[in-house]
Design a protein around this ligand. Sequence first.
Ligand SMILES: Cc1cc2nc3c(=O)[nH]c(=O)nc-3n(C[C@H](O)[C@H](O)[C@H](O)COP(=O)(O)OP(=O)(O)OC[C@H]3O[C@@H](n4cnc5c(N)ncnc54)[C@H](O)[C@@H]3O)c2cc1C
Length: 327
Amino acid sequence: MSEEQRGFLKRSADETYARLQRRPLPRAHTVNGDISVSFEFFPPQTEASKTILWNSIERLSPLSPEFVSITYGAGGSTRHRTHDTVKRIIEETSLVPAAHLTCVDATRKDVNGIADDYWRSGVRHIVALRGDSPDGGSFRPHPNGYENAAALVAGLAQRHSFDISVAAYPEVHPDAVSAAADLDNLKRKIDAGAKRAITQFFFDADTYLRFRDRVSAAGIQVPIVPGILPVTNFTTLKKFAARCGTSVPAWVGVLFEGLDDAPDIRQLVSATITAELCTRLVDHGVSNFHFYTLNRCELTLAICRILGIRPDRAVDLRADSPKAAVK
Ligand SMILES: Cc1cc2nc3c(=O)[nH]c(=O)nc-3n(C[C@H](O)[C@H](O)[C@H](O)COP(=O)(O)OP(=O)(O)OC[C@H]3O[C@@H](n4cnc5c(N)ncnc54)[C@H](O)[C@@H]3O)c2cc1C
């Protein structure tokens, strides 16, 4: 090789090296802040779904979530199952459970009784919600019940010193007469004693960031924790989003188009867009995330890993492991 050719190759190698140095690292590589997470589950109905839930709880618990919350079915339909799941979390894990509680079809006395029972069982965190009418119609408070979530928060705070979370809606709740009225309602819930708000899910980081700005301008100072839904089934998601007023951007539809029978590919697409959403939020100072796990752990585990969260103990993460072997 001539001197000239050697010089050319050396300059070319130097240029490649300099270009690679300038290239930003993948964002996931640089997220290593103090991120804290919480996980939401729903109470299982069958033995098979119970196994799935407890496998998920076991595999997610080494990520040291701040709390894990258990939903309450429409109209109190899961009252006993929610209670049993919360109790089992207390008895068998070191996790902090948060029990969801709604006002639907129940007197104040009933709801207070459930809250007292939770307190006696050692539950200290309640996610206080109005809930929806089980028939899908507009919400009608029980004549002797709590009329909305703000009233429920006030009632709970008066009875016990619960840590109370409430719901917030970056895209405005469908029943709200205006965005301003919805914000006033959130403020009432906080003024009544709630310590944080967890948002309805959303797909666009800007939706959350603009909402956070409006919340802050309204003088609300509690954490507004983004609720993150890693999509598993796009068809179900569209129906659910329509009911709760969440817009699904066209690009999400394009990404999932034709994947109805390809769950593995859907899972990969979902992990990618959810991780991008979360890292974008981290770039804007978000450090708390609430994951709607739908009782499955894989997507949440993957996204938490990208957020720099590591298990606090050895966990068997093999896909074929019948049960996560928590040592
Ligand atoms: C994080 C999270 C968890 C959830 N978990 C559950 C669950 O476990 N079980 C379940 O059934 N549902 C659950 N939901 C859904 C929730 O119950 C519904 O969104 C319900 O429609 C509203 O509940 P809320 O607590 O936000 O109601 P509220 O805060 O009471 O408000 C609902 C709407 O009514 C309006 N409003 C309330 N009071 C007044 C008033 N005095 N004057 C005028 N307007 C008023 C508000 O502006 C708002 O638009 C959850 C939602 C979220 C975001």
